[in-house]
Design a binder for this molecule. Structure first.
Ligand SMILES: [Ca+2]
Length: 391
């Protein structure tokens, strides 16, 4: 007789119950006037034959497993909110002891992440997950590892993928806690059943710095007139297109070239910004550099740095207004010493449009400095993360 049993892993601890049932049919006996024999009514017509699983726990019949569990973030050093859509957690479970019965992993993950899928090389792992439903509540992923038995010297390697909600706000660091347990009554003392790891959180930012159309583009000075001044206005618009953000805008503005002030107002100010002198050192070769590059920037001029601390909510913008009168004195300093303009001075007018344009360009030599994180850093992180996924 052959028996084919469907295996249910839930029953792994129970013996396989085999039951034999029989019936008795009596035939009429001619010698007894066709009477039929019958069984006694209360006789047992079944026979049980249990088949136990071979659990193989050594001579003592006690299975002592030795589970080693660890996990990592698959190469990611941060959860990148608004940049990456997913974060992967790679889990390794090993059993270095005797058979482990129904090993079960629970992984707690922060609110704001939602379970997507599990990827396992062997079909040994089944997971279910419940995401955190409100802030301060965590999600829990539960994984059955090689149900019902993870044998000695067996291992399971798998990856759990969570979606990162781009609207979520996390703490600076978030914690993942993993715990593995089994139905064994005893675990080896060398078991590693608990792990807790934290990972940093970074956010994508979308800030634009734009020169406003009402800004001055050119100014002209006449060569043979001294002490001229022309109004210059630069309006810079800073837009925040995503989450609320606090950051600093640094505006570097040329103040002096050599010993000549560029602006007639020696105390140029920008509303809502703090003025700090960047580098009061004057380059001894500033005229040579300026003559070669024809750009008035902070490598030749003495500049002031204006630090403007800004908090912008989503889709909010702010304007910075740099306005004042630009003196002709600093340009004369160059033209008399370099004598560039006298040769082309046919109309008695120096078209300082080029210089003026250069000045205006230099004025918007600005820097966005976000507290804690730069775009270039994002790029680097993204590249690192992509490499790790490919590995
Ligand atoms: Ca044993």
């Amino acid at each position: 007789m052959h028996l084919i049993q469907q295996a249910f892993s839930e029953d792994f601890m129970n013996p396989l119950v085999n039951q034999l049932m029989f019936t008795f049919e009596g035939l009429p006996s001619k010698s007894l006037q066709n009477l039929r024999p019958v069984l006694l009514p209360d006789i047992k017509t079944t026979s049980d034959h249990n088949l136990d699983f071979d659990i193989n726990c050594g001579h003592d019949d006690i299975c002592v497993d030795d589970l080693r569990m660890d996990f990592n973030f698959s190469g990611s050093t941060n959860i990148e909110v608004g940049i990456k859509q997913e974060i992967n957690v790679t889990v390794l479970v090993e059993n270095r002891g005797e058979n482990s019965l129904n090993p079960l992993l629970t992984l707690k993950y922060p609110y704001g992440l939602s379970y997507r899928r599990i990827t396992a090389k062997q079909n040994l792992v089944e997971c279910v997950s419940l995401d955190g439903e409100q802030r301060d509540s965590v999600g829990v992923t539960t994984c059955y590892i090689s149900k019902p038995i993870l044998k000695g010297n067996a291992r399971a390697l798998f990856r759990i993928t969570y979606n990162i909600d781009k609207e979520s706000s996390f703490d600076q660091n978030v914690i993942f806690r993993a715990e593995i347990n089994s139905r064994n009554s005893q675990h080896s003392q060398t078991s590693e059943l608990l792990r807790e790891k934290s990972i940093g959180v970074k956010y994508g930012i979308y800030i634009a710095l734009i020169r406003h159309e009402d800004s001055s583009l050119h100014i002209n000075f006449t060569a043979d007139k001294n002490d001229l001044e022309k109004p210059v206005k630069q309006i810079l618009k800073v837009e925040n297109d995503f989450r609320e953000l606090s950051f600093s805008v640094l505006l570097r503005v040329p103040l002096m070239l050599g010993n000549q002030f560029i602006w007639t107002d020696g105390n140029l100010q920008i509303a809502d910004c703090m003025k700090q002198l960047d580098d009061p050192q004057v380059r001894s070769d500033f005229l040579e550099v300026f003559k070669k590059d024809r750009v008035l920037n902070c490598s030749v001029a003495v500049c002031a740095v204006f630090r403007c601390d800004v908090t912008l909510s989503r889709n909010e913008r702010t304007l910075f207004n740099i306005s004042g009168n630009v003196s002709s004195a600093w340009i004369e300093q160059i033209s008399t010493q370099v004598e560039v303009f006298e040769e082309v001075d046919l109309t008695k007018q120096i078209s300082a449009g080029v210089l003026g344009g250069l000045l205006l360009l230099a004025l918007i030599t600005t820097a966005l400095h976000k507290a804690g994180f730069f775009k270039s850093r994002y790029k680097q992180l993204l590249e690192t993360a992509e490499q790790n996924v490919e590995e």
